[in-house]
Each structure stands twice: as structure tokens, then as C-alpha cells.
Ligand binder design. Structure first.
Ligand code: FES
Length: 164
């Protein structure tokens, strides 16, 4: 395939039938937008650009409205997210009890330079500032489950178990 063809080929569109099911759950009006975006995030694990454009059309809203809501809330992501979400707490209590080494262990095991999502879309690594469990620092939250007193040598096992 020539370079020009590679560049001009659009990325594959997402399955809009799932979007249709989501849209059918709510009145097609602006007031439904956040709930629809939450369902899209749950279904696709992020807010794909083409799906947002279809959503704007379906709700008869400007694309800018849909994108600005999609970028405003931290719960939404315009980037693909991994099947498992790993949050390493870097708040003060966790920091002084070795959070940097825990974070580095996750980066090493996942092959990530910083934070982000692995190529196989299995894991998204994030850092957060205090998750309210300072007494069990350093803390890692995997798929909403809290893990306390995490040591770097436990990280490999935690990834293997997918946070369970
Ligand atoms: S600083 Fe990590 S839980 Fe509070």
C-alpha cells in the first residue's frame, strides 16, 4: 500500500448499533447528554470521536457542545482506556511511603514510560493525589478496589490477577 493510500484511509468506524441502543434509553434532548456520554464511556471504554459526532447529530446539538461536555469531566476520556484501570496514589502520605517506587514498578511491568494505556488495551495506568486512605499508604486502586501498603515486589502479581 502506498503512503498516500495509508494516509487517506479513514480509521475504521465504530459499531453505531451500540450507540443506537444507548440513545434509545433517553429522550433525545440536551438534558440527556451526560447520561448518554456515561453510557458511551462504559460501552466503548472511552468517547470515540466518530461516536460523539453521531451523538451530536442524534441530539440535534452542535458538535462543540458534545465535545466540550466530553472534555470537561474527568470521568470521560477521549483516548482509549484499558480494560483494567490502575491508579497509583502520589499524595503526600503515599509519596513518603514509597509511591514512586510502586509507580516505577507498574511502569516497568506494563512497558509504559509514564502513565497511559498499554498497546493491547488491557491496562490504563494513572496517578492520583490522595484517594482518602492515607492510613494504608502507599495505595493503589485497581478497578475501584483499594490495595494498601503496596510494595514494588507485589506489583507483578497484582497485574497478573488484573487487580483481584
Ligand atoms: S496520600 Fe495516598 S491515600 Fe492519601
Amino acid at each position: 500500500m502506498s503512503k498516500i493510500n495509508e494516509i487517506s484511509t479513514p480509521p475504521p468506524a465504530h459499531d453505531f448499533s451500540k450507540l443506537e441502543q444507548i440513545l434509545n434509553r433517553y429522550p433525545r434532548e440536551e438534558a440527556s447528554l451526560i447520561m448518554i456520554l456515561q453510557d458511551i464511556q462504559d460501552e466503548y471504554r472511552y468517547l470515540p470521536c466518530d461516536v460523539l459526532i453521531e451523538t451530536a447529530k442524534a441530539l440535534n446539538l452542535p458538535k462543540s457542545t458534545v465535545f466540550s461536555v466530553g472534555t470537561f469531566y474527568k470521568a470521560f476520556s477521549l483516548q482509549p482506556m484499558g480494560r483494567h484501570n490502575i491508579k497509583v496514589c502520589m499524595g503526600t502520605a503515599c509519596h513518603v511511603r514509597g509511591a514512586v517506587m510502586v509507580l516505577e514498578a507498574f511502569q516497568r511491568e506494563l512497558g509504559l514510560e509514564h502513565t497511559g494505556t498499554t498497546e493491547d488495551l488491557e491496562f490504563t495506568l494513572e496517578t492520583v493525589n490522595c484517594v482518602g486512605a492515607c492510613g494504608m499508604a502507599p495505595v493503589v486502586v485497581i478497578d475501584e478496589k483499594y490495595h494498601g501498603e503496596v510494595q514494588p515486589d507485589r506489583v507483578k502479581k497484582m497485574i497478573k490477577k488484573g487487580g483481584k
